[in-house]
Ligand binder design. Sequence first.
Ligand code: AKG
Ligand code: FE2
Length: 319
Amino acid sequence: MSFSSLPIIDLKADESIIIQAMLNACSTTGFFYLRNHNLLDAQEHMFKLAKEFFRLPSNIKEQYGITEENYGYVRRGQENLAGNETKSIDEKEAFNIRNLVQPNELPSLMAQSDNYEIITKFQNDCYDLCMKLLTYLAQSFDIDSDYFTSKHKRELKSAGTLRLLHYPAVKNYSDESIRAGAHSDYGSLTLLFQHLHQSGLEVLDRSTNTWYPVEPYDDMIVVNFGDVFEYWSKGFIKSTVHRVTMPIIDSTKENERFSIAYFCHPNDSALLTPVPSKLILDREFEKDEHAKLALQDNNQNTLTAGEHFQMRINKTYTY
Ligand SMILES: O=C(O)CCC(=O)C(=O)O
Ligand SMILES: [Fe+2]
């Protein structure tokens, strides 16, 4: 397993192979490609809708501005994922949709019944896929197979979010510009859908401080582990830092970028205590620089997933 060619997990492979591959991926790169998932059609519909939405005039999009709970429209320059370590802002716009969203909470384009159905189907498919991966992961750790899924009940409150992203075309930019600043994700798993060979995503190998590009493939989802797993595994599972860089300027090529992220989060009340696996319980949690920044810096109080999310969000628009 290496950052220069991320592992590929094939959902059509034997379960024993998947379970072993999940264990290898989570403890090394924290990122992998997922092949043979069944979200291709749903993904295509979702990208079409996202493009239609981002083409709307700003005043319409801004009617649904981001709320304190982190849902709604983020305009270009409003968010800075790398926090106050840098002066730059993220050159992107985004729209965050909560789980179990109701049509009356959405812009009229998304509230139309056919589009609302596309959104809810996509959310359900993503949720089901995450639950499948979490079941395999529990098997990798030799714990009850519903150990993780029981902390992700669909009907209970969580910070789970579907995020549509648009990185507008650029003709020039400064050295400090970035499309999405360096960050780790806050939840348990992220499904990242890239599109039409629009690259730019990079992952950080913390041990050597080296960035590696993540090539986009239309038929494979990029999956990564978030902070919650770094807590649950005392650092055995890596919540790998990533970013999206600016495109190479080539006047013959269109360079805007679309992506979609499904952030799976445990229920707000879930405790971030170590999982009862032999692989984890005997481990010392030695926090490296990233963990010290992203996670609560002392091991005295156990956080809930909701508290950790709130802590990260309070900084996001600074960290
Ligand atoms: O657009 C991408 O490829 C990555 C976005 C991302 O990492 C995020 O929003 O957390
Ligand atoms: Fe991310």
